[in-house]
Design a protein around this ligand. Sequence first.
Ligand code: EPU
Length: 416
Amino acid sequence: MSKLRICGGRRLEGSLTVQGAKNSVLPILAASLLAGRGTVIHNCPALSDVDAAVVILEHLGCAVSRAEDKIYVDPCRMSGCCIPDSLMREMRSSVFFLGPILARTGEAVLSMPGGCELGPRPIGFHLDALRAMGAEISEKGGNIVCKAPRLRGCRIDLPMPSVGATENAMLAATAADGVTTITNAAREPEIVDLQNYLSALGARVCGAGTPVITVTGGICRRFCEYTVMPDRIAAATFMACAASAGGDVTLENVRPGDLDAVSAVFSAMGCELSASGRSLRLKAPERLSAPGTVPTAPYPGFPTDAQPPVMAAALKAAGTTVFVENIFSNRYRHVPELLRMGAEITLEGRVAIVSGRDKLAGAAVEATDLRGGAALVAAAVGAEGVSEVSGIRHLDRGYEHIEDRLRQLGADIVRI
Ligand code: EPU
């Protein structure tokens, strides 16, 4: 099993190009089922979650080919409506396929995604949204069976702004008769990206980025090419690495505005940030200062996905940082591993209190989830001595060649 071997303590200098967004490309690949005449998606990152989505598309009968960062999908011969358990288990996000399969075929059968490393990941909001559009949903032997020969436009009031439920509702609504209005919708930039992709396919969607999204059913399914937005969480992770190790790093292919909440925390830590067009430069101070309280919240608040890597940077900041995790119930699994590196963190339910130390020491640590793994890497580049990070299959789900990108900035990191 591979590991990352990191010899910490080197300043990071230079620039790197940030990958396309995982949380955008996955719903867009699911949406490609609606592209009657085929579609080419650009800026697709090389991630194991993207591989899993491609396998699902092929299983459903789509022709898929890949070249560099492009994925071509032709769903004309789509023949299936079931995703077997073995493929669902590969990736929780496969639940995004529910809406478009239903929209395309009138029936979808998926196994229950169940819990995951971040705690329970229920899909009740997704199912309620589909029911509101007229789908009949039952559970059979651990499978969810959704049937809707016709979907009808309606009003969907989400109990909370769930990213996945908003996306599933938008996808199914493209095939509904009439207008669907989604209120309390998630406002993440990835939702706007999905709207832009659906519009390029000929769907009539508006309001993404606000709490009210309107979809007028009846998609014209034209051929389209689309470029996936940059990954704001990968960008936040590299900012955390630069803050932790010290240095002066410029990230290319980012949209600085998507990172405002994250940038505000790094500024409060004493980092100098400057944005210009699609690049963002971060200069770390001699010693970071604790940024105070960092509560996670739906966009435009501070993203839960950035909490673990930013925590890694806060470990050496002078003073006390308080993280409040408001989105997931089990998103502190990196904490026991960070303690092995000499961090001082106290956990109280949803709150993690970090007391900044002068230094961290390299250690053997294990990633147990994607962003927790990113936190271990960010801590290791700033620690003295050698760290070995195992469990890197979690990192490969969401970061494209993370070791190459960090080596480009001067980090001493290899995959062994
Ligand atoms: N929730 C419910 N019922 C539902 C759906 C969600 O109670 O039916 C709850 C969840 O349990 C959670 C909260 O709502 O407490 C928010 O979950 P959301 O549905 O917004 O999350 P998601 O769609 O499952 C996406 C990202 C996550 C990211 C969250 C929050 C993708 C593929 N995943 O998940 O990304 O953390 O939104 O922003 O888009 C990651 O990239 O590491 C990652 C976990």
